[in-house]
Design a protein around this ligand. Structure first.
Ligand code: DON
Length: 306
């Protein structure tokens, strides 16, 4: 299928997967997300020059949740370089995103930056570097998306904070190994704000553009080296959808990162970035309709890394 414009392919995907929105369940362990309408569906594709195509609810803001972990990782790599990899691994965990079991065996070093434990380490380092990790993330997302209204949903952050015992346990446990250095309560506040960012498919497809441009930001400046951009994409491919990463790679064949708000971003290096949203999740926390739509995209266009 020609890809001079992505609009026809997006329209076709929306028709092809029309039975999928409504399937799955919203994340209910964060009460503020439990009432999300699983029938909603949106998808956007951003080309390297910032041209965006979309279908369905592609301009509707949703809770980005773990998708933000890609951006905090990139910010820490840009500020701190390879030091990060002494504090967090880059292997798939094979466990759920909020699992505690590997941490003790592995001396408080999380398997990868996308499980919650690893993301807490990344946010801790961003907090040390910037003094306001969530604020640094928001500034970056605003600049890359061109959306100055993009911000946190404080109600979602408060809701997660009130039910955040598992993330608190992870953070305190890692602090006992010296792998978290900021006071845990403040760090958790930063992390919950980070996860509460509201953004649309269009915003996120644009904001992830640096990953398709080999590290180059929307204004032409460099965030990451080409090699670092490759590394972030590789960790997305192997770890971005947690214990479903193998299945996601098999079906979609692109680096991708999901969030329990129902969003998924994906990257075609050198070509475009995608974001899809539909709040119904499968049992591993990935959007049912989102994975189906990305699967259709790579099947119809042949645009995959394989
Ligand atoms: O920390 C949490 O559990 C949530 N704020 C984010 C988890 C998430 O999005 C996992 N993604 N599929």
């Amino acid at each position: 299928m020609p890809t001079s414009s992505f609009q026809p392919v997006l329209d076709r995907i929306a028709a092809d997967i029309a039975a999928s929105p409504g399937r799955g369940r919203p994340a209910d362990y964060i009460p503020a997300l439990a009432s999300a309408d699983t029938r909603r569906f949106g998808m956007a594709v951003a080309e390297l020059d910032g041209t965006v195509y979309g279908v369905g609810d592609w301009q509707h803001p949703f809770s980005t949740q773990s998708i933000t972990k890609v951006f905090t990782l990139a910010l820490v790599l840009s500020l701190d370089g390879d030091n990060l990899w002494e504090h967090v691994g880059r292997e798939p965990s094979g466990n759920p995103f909020n699992s505690l079991v590997q941490l003790e065996y592995e001396n408080g070093i999380p398997r990868n930056p996308f499980i919650n434990a690893g993301a807490l380490v990344v946010t801790d380092r961003l907090q040390t570097r910037t003094g306001d990790a969530a604020g640094a993330l928001r500034s970056f997302l605003r600049a890359e998306s061109g959306n100055p209204r993009l911000t946190f949903d404080e109600a979602v952050a408060a809701s997660e904070s009130a039910h955040g015992d598992r993330n608190a346990a992870l953070a305190h446990f890692m602090a006992s190994y010296g792998n978290i250095t900021n006071p845990v309560p403040g760090l958790l506040g930063q992390y919950f704000r980070q996860c509460s960012v509201e953004a649309s498919c269009a915003d996120l497809a644009l904001a992830a553009g640096f990953l398709a441009r080999h590290g180059i930001r929307a204004d032409g400046s460099s965030l990451l080296t080409r090699s670092q951009a490759k590394q972030v994409n590789a960790v997305m491919l192997t770890c971005g959808t947690y214990d479903a990463a193998g299945d996601f790679a098999h079906r979609v064949g692109l680096p991708g990162k999901s969030g329990v708000g129902g969003g998924i971003i994906a990257v075609v290096p050198g070509r475009c970035t995608l974001c899809v949203w539909s709040p119904g999740l499968d049992e591993r926390g990935n959007s049912v309709a989102g994975v189906a739509a990305l699967d259709r995209f790579t099947t119809l266009t042949g645009l995959s890394v394989f």
